[in-house]
Design a protein around this ligand. Structure first.
Ligand code: MG
Length: 248
């Protein structure tokens, strides 16, 4: 069941979204060669505490941190640890926050120092694919329109879209109905309605789409060992078009 949110509820999600945007900003400022992914988690925890926000990641099915940190060939769900960032790495950071019971969720991938042109292009295309999906978040459009738009940008650039992990509705829980694939066919799927709020999150692989989960039970990596990027925002369907809640 998909619950439409009213304007007050969306306003609370916007407040949570601004906290998530700040988590990303601070983490990115702090990230440099030699810093560990656990250090990044500490930065994100401080932003949550300073804003009186709760974490939706910490304790989620036992997840031990407030952000996911997924470097290089890791797609999503990496656990912050003693891994030190190195010049030329790319890292995907997924962050979330709760304000008065309302959730927001967003991910960004960025480079540590100088990255290869190939890595930069992958990140740029993934962000562009997210933006193409967001542009489809208009009342009456279908989820297939969104998925097709994301897929077209990613595959048009010669990359692959991950199939096993998808976006989701979001509200009083981080993961609500519907599931939002990053692929699809125009004119197919559920119609978007006013007050729906979606977390759209393309995961784009430089090589093939295949994934595998590491022995920690969380970390998802590319099956072929090539790079992957992940961009996500939380977006409300409004009568004014898509309202992105997780960007300042
Ligand atoms: Mg998400």
């Amino acid at each position: 069941m998909i619950v439409a949110k009213n304007n007050e509820q969306i306003a609370l999600m916007r407040r949570a979204g601004i906290v998530v945007a700040e988590m990303h900003e601070r983490v990115r400022e702090f990230a440099r060669p030699g810093v560990t992914t656990l250090d990044l988690d500490a930065v994100a925890r401080k932003v949550l505490a300073d804003n009186g926000a709760e974490s939706n990641f910490l304790g989620y099915h036992g997840f031990p941190a407030v952000i996911c940190t997924s470097p290089n060939d890791m797609i999503v769900h990496g656990i912050p640890d003693a891994t030190r960032l190195e010049e030329g790495d790319i890292i995907s950071v997924d962050a979330g926050a709760i304000i008065q019971g309302w959730h927001a969720d967003a991910a960004r991938t960025f480079g540590i120092g100088e990255v290869t042109k190939e890595a930069q292009r992958l990140m740029d295309v993934t962000e562009e694919s997210l933006n193409a999906g967001i542009a489809e978040i208009v009342e009456g459009n279908r989820l297939g329109d969104l998925g097709a738009a994301v897929q077209q940008v990613a595959e048009g650039a010669g990359y692959s879209v991950v199939r096993e992990y998808v976006g989701h509705g979001i509200g009083t829980a981080m993961h609500e109905d519907p599931q939002i694939p990053n692929y699809g066919r125009r004119g197919k799927g559920m119609r978007m309605r006013l007050g729906h709020v979606y977390a759209v999150e393309p995961m784009v692989n430089a090589g093939s789409a295949g994934t595998k989960v590491l022995a920690d039970g969380w970390s998802v990596v590319t099956a072929d060992g090539r790079l992957s990027a992940h961009f996500e925002d939380t977006i409300a369907v409004t009568d004014d078009g898509p309202q992105v809640l997780t960007r300042v």
